[in-house]
Each structure stands twice: as C-alpha cells, then as structure tokens.
Design a protein around this ligand. Structure first.
Ligand SMILES: Nc1nc2c(ncn2[C@@H]2O[C@H](COP(=O)(O)OP(=O)(O)OP(=O)(O)O)[C@@H](O)[C@H]2O)c(=O)[nH]1
Ligand SMILES: [Mg+2]
Length: 331
C-alpha cells in the first residue's frame, strides 16, 4: 500500500535531516509521528520512527545519568515542579527569591539569570519546587532550556504588566511556547490522547502571571492584556503584595492537581505531619501502592475520615480520595 505522505510529514522529515542535536532530532521525530497518516501503508515506517525515537531517548537518559554536569537538568523534589518562564526582566527571579529561601540574583537589567535555579516553596504542610530560568526572547532561548521546561509539572509564565511592551511580550511568549510544543492550546483544550501515546510528547499546563501589579503602569495595562486575550486568565502578581502571593500559591497547588492524604494505623491517631501526595482522581489502591509496591495485594479494606459520608466509613479499593482525607488501611 502506498504511504501517501503529506507535506506536513515531509516538512517534519526535513527538520529531522537538518537537526544537529539529539533534542532537535527527538523533536522532529515526534512531529513526524504526530503528522504521519495513520493507515496500514505507513505501519512499518511508524514502527521505525518509534524505534529511532526510543533509541535517542535511551541515549539521552544514559548521558544525563553520566558524570557530566548539566545545569539545565533540575532534579525533581517535593510535591511538584513548577518552572517559571518568561521574557527578560519580568520578575522570575524575584518570585523565586520571595517565595523560597533560594537566593536568585535580581537586577534591573535584562538577562540576569543564565542557568536554572531551584528553591522549595512551603505550602500548607508540603513543599513545592519552584525553578527560576534564564529568559526566552525574540532571539530564542539558551540551549537546554527547552528540556528544563519540558521536565516540569507546571509552567508559571510571567508577563511584565508594567512594561510598555507587555502586549507584544505576551504574544511572543505564548507563541514561543506553542511553537516549541511546550503548551498545547490557549483555550484549555487537551492534546489528543492518541498523539500523546504515539509520540510520548508531554505538554504542560500553565498559569499566566501578570507581574509588577503594584506599579501604576501594571494596573493600567492589565485590562488591555485581558481584553486582548479574553479566554486567558491573568493572575495579578506583585512581590510587594502578600495577598497576591497567597493567591498565586493557591493557584499553583490547584493547577498541579495534587491532593494530600494522611494515613492512620488501626486504633492509633492519624499521622498529620507528613501527608502522602497523590494526583487528583487517585484511589485507595494508589495510596497503598505509594506506601509499598506490594501493599495493594495485601489490602483488605480501608476506612476514610474526611470526604466519606460519615467518619470512619469503610470504602472500596477504588474509592477516589480527596485533599485532606485520612485513610486507615487494613491488611
Ligand atoms: N515594582 C515591582 N518590581 C518588581 C517586581 N518583580 C520584579 N521587579 C523588579 O523587576 C526587575 C527584574 O526582576 P528579576 O526578578 O531580576 O527579573 P527576571 O525575570 O528574573 O529577569 P532575567 O533574569 O533577566 O530574565 C528588578 O529590578 C526587580 O526588582 C514586582 O512585583 N514589583
Ligand atoms: Mg532572573
């Protein structure tokens, strides 16, 4: 059967031929897989592309585990990794310094930050990792930054609302992230499951922060930004306004789609100091699994305090947990 490859496929193939780094090759192969016509005639080619993709990924993994230090690789810690991204001077490092104990350099001039820096944000009884990054700009981004962005669980996109150029900046920042396939859609649409499965691509959810809202120009520009992007919601942020930072933290927690769950041994008090962090939608079995891989096999029943109808109610293994639940697991 003829393959009938499309112009989009040939364009992706061209990018693959021109690619000079493993990252660019992976990117191009993912694109080829995403756009290749899906029928019998291309099955062999699809398998070959997948094989090459997985080889490149394996090689990359080996390299990052090797001895060479890669400042753009930030090891995940805590309940989730939030990568701060934006144009120069938009207040990325100021946010990291204000919300965590990390000492990021803050300056009035652009391009102050040259490599990522991580810090831990205390939120309720958990820690969330924030990663400050060097800026993106019209000239592009430092090599390695795309991998830092893709490695995160959530993006915090900063737009300097106080800048005269904030409208251009918002447009260019969002186009950059869409072009590089870091985010999928501005309207909140999810990427098709088929594409994710086939290419292994990962798109990140994002929060959009309009920064420096304590400055009069920031306040003046915000409604214009909002009007230009009616489908997006800009979070009003200023490092000088404690309330705005509290709202930002809450929004980060919600957007990470995580829940905190506490465990309790039968007849004992619950351990309210160290919650287990699960994803929204996860169940009693997922909790058991995160305690120990063998636990789900031994689990007889569970009782819940919190989201259940009555305190201490026995629930099924597939009971969906909620933030703040206390769970007694019986073996
Ligand atoms: N008034 C006001 N100034 C801010 C705020 N956030 C940052 N700034 C100032 O904006 C300038 C740039 O801040 P940085 O945090 O260094 O910005 P950045 O995005 O990390 O910059 P690069 O590392 O160059 O990309 C500094 O002079 C900060 O003091 C804010 O909320 N309000
Ligand atoms: Mg900086």
């Amino acid at each position: 059967m003829p393959a009938n490859l499309t112009p989009q496929y040939h364009a992706a193939e061209d990018s693959f031929k021109k690619a000079s780094t493993p990252e660019e090759k992976i990117e191009a192969l993912q694109e080829m897989l995403a756009v290749i016509p899906k029928h019998k005639g291309t099955e062999k080619l699809q398998a070959e592309l997948k094989r090459r993709l997985s080889k490149l990924r394996d090689e990359g993994e080996k390299k990052s585990k090797g001895s060479t230090y890669n400042p753009f690789y930030v090891e995940k810690q805590g309940a989730g990794q939030v990568v701060i991204v934006g144009y120069p001077n938009t207040g990325k490092s100021s946010l990291l310094s204000t919300l965590t104990r990390a000492k990021a350099k803050v300056a009035e001039y652009p391009f102050t930050t040259s490599i990522p820096l991580a810090g831990m944000l205390p939120y309720r009884d958990i820690y969330i990792q924030l990663v400050d990054t060097p800026p993106i700009s019209q000239e592009g981004s430092p090599p390695g930054l795309l991998n830092t962005l893709r490695g995160g669980d959530l993006l915090l996109i900063t737009i300097d609302a106080a800048s005269d150029l904030c409208l251009e900046q918002a447009g260019e920042t969002l186009s950059f992230l869409l072009d590089k396939k870091i985010i999928y859609d501005l309207g909140g649409k999810n990427p098709p499951a088929e594409e994710i499965e086939l290419t292994g691509r990962k798109y990140l959810p994002f929060i959009l922060a309009a920064t420096k809202l304590d400055l009069p120009s920031g306040r003046d520009n915000l409604p214009i930004l909002q009007e230009l992007y009616p489908n997006l919601s800009f979070l009003e942020v200023s490092v000088n306004d404690e309330n705005s930072l509290e709202t930002l933290k809450e929004s980060i927690f919600q957007s990470l789609e995580i829940i905190r769950v506490y465990t309790k041994a039968p007849g004992k008090q619950a351990d309210m100091k160290t919650p287990f962090v699960l994803r929204q939608g996860e169940t009693v079995v997922d909790l058991a699994y995160s305690i120990h891989r063998d636990f789900p096999n031994r689990l007889r029943n569970a009782r819940i305090w919190g989201s259940a109808k009555f305190e201490g109610q026995s629930v099924a293994r597939d009971y969906v947990l909620e933030d703040g639940d206390i769970v007694e697991l019986n073996v």
